[in-house]
Design a binder for this molecule. Structure first.
Ligand SMILES: NC(=O)c1ccc[n+]([C@@H]2O[C@H](COP(=O)([O-])OP(=O)(O)OC[C@H]3O[C@@H](n4cnc5c(N)ncnc54)[C@H](OP(=O)(O)O)[C@@H]3O)[C@@H](O)[C@H]2O)c1
Length: 311
C-alpha cells in the first residue's frame, strides 16, 4: 500500500545521502544539521522543543525473526532526517529489544527521545515489566514513560512519578486509542499532573477534539498522536487505488499521501508530535518530510476531511 516507490525514495533522500558523504563526524552531525529545517513543537511542562514527527513501533517492528537490519535502517533514517522521537512498548512483541539494539549499534541513544509504556495489571508487575524495558532498551533513562491504554493508571502513575524523582524518567504520560476512553483520559489529565497524553487522531477520526484536546490545552499537556494513518487504512482508497494527490494540496507541500495525512494532523496546533509506524526507511523519510513547508489552513483542513470522507 506504499505510495512512495524505491525510485522516488532515492530521489527524496539524495540530499541526506550527500550530507552523509560530506559529514566527517558521522550520523549525529548530519542529524543536527537537518533538524533545524524541521517543524518543532513545544513540550509545555518544560519548554523543550522536539521535531513534530517521530516513529512508532507497534505493528511489525518487533518481529525478531524478521530482518533486523531493515528496522535498524528505519531508525537510522529517522535520525538522518533530523527527527528524534521513538515510541515503543513492552507489549509490541520484541520491539524494545530491536530499538535498544539499533540505538546501541547506531550510537544514537543520546540523540533519541525514547518513549515506552507500562502495560500490565498490578503495581509490582508494572515495576517488573519496566525493569525489563530498561534492560531491553539498553538504557538507564527514558525521556517518556506512559501508562498504556489507561490500564491500572493510578498504580503506574505512582511508579512513574517515583522514577521521575530518581531522574530515571523525564516525562510522565498516559496513552489510549479508543473513542470509548476519551472521557477517562480527559479526567486523568484534569486530576493528575502529567506531561503527555498519547491518543488517536487522523482523517477518519477526530473524536479527541471534543474533550481530550481542550483538557490537554487547559492543563499544558503535550499531545502525542498515534495511529495517524488509521493503522494504514487511509492508504487503501488513496495510494492503494492509484489516486492522484489533488492539485490544491500541492499548495502546502504535499507530494505523497503520507504527507497529506500527516500535514492534516500537524495543522491542529494542539498536536505536539505524531508517531507514524513503519519498518521502511523510505516511509520514514516521507513522514519526516511532512515537517517541511507550510501547514494547511483551517479551511484547507476542512477540505481534506471532505475529500477523504467522500472517497
Ligand atoms: N494505545 C497506544 O498506546 C497505541 C495504540 C496504537 C498505536 N500506538 C503507537 O502509535 C504508532 C502508530 O500507529 P500504528 O503503527 O498502529 O498505525 P499507523 O501509523 O496509523 O499506520 C501504520 C501503517 O502505515 C504504513 N505507512 C507508514 N508510513 C507510510 C508512508 N509514508 N506511506 C505509506 N504507508 C506508510 C505502515 O506500513 P510499512 O511498515 O510498510 O511502512 C503501516 O502499515 C504505533 O506504531 C505505536 O507506537 C500506540
Amino acid at each position: 500500500m506504499s505510495d512512495l516507490t524505491r525510485k522516488e525514495f532515492l530521489k527524496l533522500s539524495s540530499a541526506a545521502a550527500a550530507a552523509g558523504a560530506m559529514a566527517s563526524t558521522g550520523l549525529g552531525s548530519v542529524a543536527r544539521a537537518k533538524s533545524s529545517d524541521l517543524l518543532h513543537r513545544k513540550i509545555h511542562s518544560t519548554g523543550e522543543m522536539i521535531p513534530a514527527v517521530g516513529l512508532g513501533t507497534a505493528m511489525t517492528f518487533g518481529d525478531l525473526s524478521e530482518d533486523f537490519n531493515q528496522r535498524k535502517n528505519a531508525i537510522a533514517a529517522l535520525f538522518r532526517e533530523g527527527a528524534t522521537v521513538i515510541d515503543t512498548s513492552p507489549t509490541y512483541s520484541d520491539a524494545e529489544q530491536v530499538v535498544g539494539r539499533a540505538l546501541d549499534e547506531l550510537g544514537m541513544r543520546d540523540q533519541c527521545f525514547l518513549a515506552t509504556k507500562i502495560s500490565i495489571q498490578g503495581k509490582q508487575a508494572g515495576i517488573d515489566q519496566n525493569n525489563k524495558s530498561f534492560e531491553d532498551l539498553r538504557t538507564n533513562k527514558m525521556e517518556l514513560l506512559q501508562v498504556h491504554n489507561l490500564r491500572d493508571t493510578e498504580a503506574h502513575l505512582d511508579t512513574i512519578n517515583g522514577l521521575r524523582d530518581e531522574d530515571k524518567v523525564k516525562y510522565v504520560g498516559i496513552t489510549h486509542f479508543r473513542d470509548s476512553q476519551n472521557e477517562e483520559a480527559a479526567k486523568v489529565i484534569e486530576n493528575n499532573k502529567i506531561d503527555f497524553i498519547q491518543c488517536h487522531y487522523n482523517l477518519l477520526n477526530q473524536s479527541i477534539e471534543n474533550r481530550v484536546l481542550p483538557a490537554a490545552r487547559e492543563h499544558g499537556v503535550a499531545v502525542m498522536v498515534n495511529v495517524p494513518f488509521a493503522r494504514g487504512r487511509l492508504f487503501g482508497p488513496t495510494a492503494g487505488a492509484g489516486l492522484d494527490i489533488p492539485e490544491w494540496a500541492k499548495d502546502f507541500g504535499v507530494d505523497s499521501w503520507g504527507k497529506f495525512f500527516l500535514k492534516y494532523i500537524l495543522g491542529h496546533e494542539d498536536v505536539t508530535v505524531i508517531i507514524p509506524g513503519t519498518i521502511n526507511d523510505y516511509h520514514v523519510v516521507d513522514n519526516v518530510g511532512a515537517l517541511r513547508g507550510r501547514l494547511p489552513s483551517q479551511a484547507e483542513r476542512k477540505r481534506m476531511v471532505d475529500f477523504i470522507t467522500n472517497l
